[in-house]
Ligand binder design. Structure first.
Ligand code: NAI
Ligand code: CS2
Length: 489
């Protein structure tokens, strides 16, 4: 357990008065990313700028981390690693943690209804929004939404808990809060508004209208690579920290946060800690989602199939590295609207970040939840190319790589531990088809992912099928190698 007295001298600790902090922000989704990003940013503000913006943390699902956090009085450590250089810091801005499983749901709702709460931020992964990934609209058939419609006062979904809290605040005459998604989706504010208002419309039209006029849903672009912790990274942190910290995270030094400046009840001066406050986040979100996350997913599927365990291992393969660079510059960059950013320099900086071997970022981790990620990372770009009549071979290869991965058996004939909210549907489509064009057609039939247009586009279907067949006959490593050699001729 982390205690300040056990720490090594080199560790930076909160040197501000923690009692001065007020719980003005509630965060839902106390995962690795939030600990190394938004919470760290609030810590910088408290440390260097006298900010009193503190956090209450809510986890809707797993409770272990929340219990460990509370046992440490809200303290935990963040290790920034660049190659072999490490710096460790203890974050002190968290005042309380709540695990909102059924028994504690009232506590969670009360925390959200404290008068001074001005912002609710979110990192619950894409699947937490209970939406259709292709359209960003609420999926009313989602099991958690069905539950929340029947039990609006003890909800278990993100839209359900937000709606219940907003309803209570309105009833009690309290000011609304701003709801800020920090998940990797384009227009994450719009998606959050859609799922909350979508659920409200199914329950209470007047509340839906109140939300539309009173609650702000700022969008954000967030960037920092924060891999899942494992025994090895915990052991490494323990060595440098001086004690165990089950809540610790390891991350890269890079940090970026672009926030739509649209808050109804105030906000911290995040700009003092390096965030950019802008009127329109979408160009930044699209740049990051397509260049970074799009290339990450490409490396996740192709790299995993080629036998690479980590993103940094993929970077040692010259063809895969070159294919990733071309994917970013030839097939993603042209689709972007952002002005004033040197996209070649951005792509090269990403490749340099991917080389950070200290992060041990597993390809299998990034490969999870593919059905929730593909639309924003690849499919919108493919639609752009189809409209322009331009080449999208590498994007098609990415989609084929995901299909090969979703097949559930790797190139060594071993079972893949597929983790995806649509895993059952994927398995059913896989089981009913042999590997080959029929499998491609079956997987393209997932409307929540590919919508109606892409499966009907003969060029798209042909490109993906061709890449899929190559992956079956040549394997991922040789397919990528051949493609790059062919392009260099
Ligand atoms: P994590 O696995 O450490 O944490 C995920 C959090 O989401 C947990 O608190 C979990 O309880 C919650 N969650 C999962 N499924 C849920 C559901 N159906 N409903 C409600 N809550 C649910 O993951 P991590 O690293 O914190 O990433 C979370 C998200 O943050 C990512 O999916 C992404 O959208 C965003 N992000 C992550 C980055 C990273 O490098 N880890 C960087 C940029 C953004
Ligand atoms: C990754 C992201 O897990 C994934 O899908 O692509 O979490 C990525 O590490 C972050 O977005 C980097 O900011």
């Amino acid at each position: 357990m982390l205690t300040l007295s056990a720490l090594k001298n080199s560790v930076i600790t909160p040197d501000y008065d923690r009692n001065r902090l007020r719980t003005r922000m509630v965060h839902i989704g106390f995962g690795a990313f939030h600990r190394a990003h938004q919470a760290l940013c609030a810590d910088t503000l408290a440390r260097n700028h006298g900010s009193d913006w503190g956090y209450c943390e809510i986890n809707l699902h797993r409770g272990e981390l929340i219990h460990a956090l509370n046992a440490q009085h809200g303290l935990y450590s963040v290790a920034e690693m660049a190659g072999d250089c490490l710096s460790l810091r203890v974050v002190g801005v968290i005042k309380q943690g709540i695990h909102a499983a059924a028994a504690e749901i009232t506590t969670a709702l009360e925390a959200l209804c404290q008068p001074e709460v001005a912002i609710v931020s979110i990192t619950v992964t894409e699947k937490g929004y209970c939406h259709y990934p292709a359209s960003g609209q609420l999926n009313p058939d989602h099991p958690d939404i069905i539950h929340d419609l029947a039990n609006p006062h003890s909800p278990r979904s993100l839209p359900g808990i937000l709606l219940a809290a907003i309803g209570l605040r309105r009833q009690r005459g309290l000011a609304p809060f701003s709801i800020m998604s920090c998940d990797n989706m384009p227009e994450n504010g719009r998606v959050t508004r859609q799922v909350v208002c979508g659920l409200a419309r199914l329950q209470d039209q007047a509340l839906a209208e109140w939300i539309s006029s009173k609650v702000a849903f700022p969008s954000t672009m967030v960037d920092r690579i924060v891999p899942a912790m494992n025994a090895e990274s915990h052991q490494m942190v323990r060595q440098h920290l001086g004690c165990d910290d089950p809540v610790a995270v390891v991350c890269e030094p890079f940090f970026q946060w672009v926030i739509e400046d649209n808050f109804v009840s105030g906000r911290p001066c995040w700009e003092k800690a390096g965030a950019q406050l802008v009127a329109d986040v979408l160009p930044y979100e699209e740049m990051k989602l397509r260049m970074l996350n799009g290339s990450h997913s490409f490396l996740a599927y192709l790299g995993y199939l080629a036998g690479y365990e980590h993103i940094s291992d993929c970077m040692t393969d010259a063809s895969l590295r070159q294919a990733t660079r071309e994917l970013m510059l030839a097939e993603q960059a042209p689709t972007l609207k952002i002005k004033g950013v040197d996209l070649t320099a951005y792509a090269d900086a990403l490749l340099a970040r991917y080389q950070n071997h200290a992060l041990r970022h597993r390809t299998e981790q990034i490969a999870t939840d593919g059905t929730q990620k593909l639309p924003q990372r690849w499919l919108e770009s493919i639609r752009w190319h189809l409209r322009q009549g331009s080449d999208f071979t590498l994007l098609a290869l990415g989609v084929a790589g995901w299909m090969r991965y979703a097949g559930g058996i790797n190139e060594q004939g071993e079972k893949i531990a597929l983790r995806d909210p649509l895993a059952a549907e994927l398995a059913q489509r896989v089981a009913s088809t042999a590997q080959g064009p029929a499998r491609v057609t079956a997987l393209l039939g997932l409307q929540a992912v590919f919508a109606e247009d892409l499966p009907r586009n003969p060029l798209f279907v042909a490109r993906v099928t061709d890449c899929y067949q190559q992956l079956l006959t040549l394997g991922a490593r040789q397919t990528v190698q051949r493609l790059i050699q062919h392009r260099q001729r």
